[in-house]
Design a protein around this ligand. Structure first.
Ligand code: ZN
Length: 241
């Protein structure tokens, strides 16, 4: 997979939010990473609140927005601390999770935050990218998928077993990630779902996404499982019309 990062364009994007928008669009324009409306990204920004106190906000993609065309208004500004506390709960209905995310917004007219917002909160890095990459799904959705992921990435990724997206997945990640992530961790792979990459900069997180997906593509190619060569068949007359 080719990186679409263009440093000449990227340097024009001065703020963290502009960087967030820039690389989100790069990810969103590639159907092998996200289909229309799929995937989500975030950035954590510390800024003064109404009372002049520093507060860290998680700007996460709003539901209904497409990464390919998203702009700053498409990100929902969430107070990070109360969102992280949600992950400590034993159980929470998906309806109440959506409600709690809504009431922890700092802007009343913001879009509903992605249902994967808590996962973005749990990853401590500033920039977080999440895709449902075809290559990752092809590897994880096979028998022995965990072994294949380990063969490709070694210990540089944390593997999370499948859980239903929503609070169940957030809770699973809350139990696994804090003890499993190290300074060497480059990604969190969600079995039968996709992957997260992250970094201190938009470029670092995006670059990791491209690098890790490329490794999965190369692995699949080495197993003769990435391209399918069909035999030459005469086209039926009906399809030539
Ligand atoms: Zn997802």
């Amino acid at each position: 997979m080719k990186s679409l990062w263009n440093e000449a364009e990227a340097v024009q994007m001065a703020s963290d939010m502009e960087q967030r928008v820039y690389s989100s669009r790069l990810l969103g324009g590639v159907p092998e990473l996200v289909l229309h409306g799929g995937g989500n990204t975030s950035v954590k920004i510390t800024q003064p609140n109404l009372y002049g106190e520093d507060e860290t906000l998680l700007y996460v993609k709003g539901s209904g927005h497409d990464l390919a065309t998203i702009d700053a208004d498409g990100f929902a500004p969430l107070r990070l601390a109360p969102v992280l506390r949600l992950a400590e709960l034993e159980a929470l209905s998906d309806e109440e999770m959506a409600n709690q995310l809504r009431v922890n917004l700092t802007r009343a007219d913001a879009p509903d935050p992605s249902v994967e917002a808590i996962l973005h909160a749990l990853i401590p890095h500033k920039f977080v990218d999440h895709t449902h990459s075809d290559a990752i799904l092809a590897v994880t959705n096979t028998p022995g998928g965990v072994d294949h992921i380990r063969e490709i990435y070694g210990d540089s990724v944390v593997i999370v077993p499948y859980a239903m997206p929503g609070f169940e997945l957030a809770r699973t990640c809350a139990q696994i990630l804090p003890g499993a992530m190290t300074d060497q961790t480059r990604s969190v792979v969600l079995m039968q779902h996709g992957l997260f990459t992250f970094g201190d900069t938009a470029r670092e997180s995006y670059g990791r996404m491209i690098d890790l997906v490329t490794l999965a593509e190369d692995y699949l190619a080495s197993q003769k499982a990435w391209t399918i060569s069909l035999p030459d068949m005469p086209m039926p007359a009906a399809e030539l019309r």
